[in-house]
Design a protein around this ligand. Sequence first.
Ligand code: FES
Ligand SMILES: [Fe+2]
Length: 391
Amino acid sequence: MSLEMMAESGLNMMRQIDRRIVGHLAKPGSTDRSAAVMRIPASEYVDPVRFEREIEVLFRQRPIIACLSCDIPNPGDIFLFDELGLSLILTRTKKGDIKAYLNMCTHRGARLVDSCVSRSRFTCPFHAWSFDLDGKLIGLPDKESFSGLEREERKLVEIPVSEAHGVVFIKPCINSDPIDLEASLGDFRLPLSQLDLDTARHIKTDRVLVSANWKYLINTYGESYHFAALHPSSFAVIAHSNVMTYTSYSPHFRVNYALKTYSDIVELEEKDWPPRQYGGVHLSFPNTIINSDQRMGDNRFVTMFKIYPIDVDTSVTYFSTYRIGASEESDTEYETLHDATVQIVSTEDYSISERGHFNLKQVPADFEFVLGRNEVALQDFHQNIAAALAG
Ligand code: FES
Ligand SMILES: [Fe+2]
């Protein structure tokens, strides 16, 4: 990314988005659109063979978001990652580096850690071998019985991990190459850096299990076409239905919905528009939505939706809300917004997703559903997955 791009401020980026949204609102029926309708075979959501290939290519060979830096701010803090058929410990060393290890003792494979309680070493519950935060074997009862064994070869098994812009990425694969964030993020570094996630503070996390393919869930975050019909008393109250801007940072993207507060500036000259903090709904490809919410004005907060496949028909979402920047005020209002988001997404978006996915399992193998030109983010998402699987 060029220095010029990095220097571009979040306020300027948001002003460009504002112009696009106001342009749409000034012309009824206008929204960002792709060139053509797109057809998707239903099998892409229900075929177990395709699913295994997605896991391999999208979730093992590419870095994905594990957590934010603020989830493990101090040496010995723990984030447990129990997804995608792996159990990983993420921690911070005394030097401040992030490490990720297989949650497995190198004696006979016992699970080392079961809670996120901070610690200065990992002690195995089976025979009490212990490891320091750098993964070195530092304690081994009855050394004599292991004479001749090199401690160096019994280090914890490391998994590639990398930290940038307040975000912790892992590549959940053993014996994998290190993470190349330049390659995997590309220009998406720019919006990611403008979210100020390095100043985040965790408020609340909820876990929701859903009987639907993981892509069905991701799709619900990428269009506002459904707001009026599905969310008449929730999201459609705060945002215009079927009006949005789409920005590709391929394979990542951002969509910006037309909040009702935009109506206040449609009639104003641009010089009179209030400055707006950078925000929007970001997809960190392939499975994490980061919504930098605009509802609290300058008091920014972010809700991160990490969606992990369990099997082709089942997924789990972690909803985590963070506040951005220092603040003296209480967290109560943010906890309430978090709870409302979890409730609405679970009972409206995910409920309809479960029933939709159920139907896709019943249809003939050659059935295709369609994505409209206004579902441009979803179209690109599918194309980006297809490109990754083909590559
Ligand atoms: S399996 Fe961990 S000490 Fe034996
Ligand atoms: Fe929705």
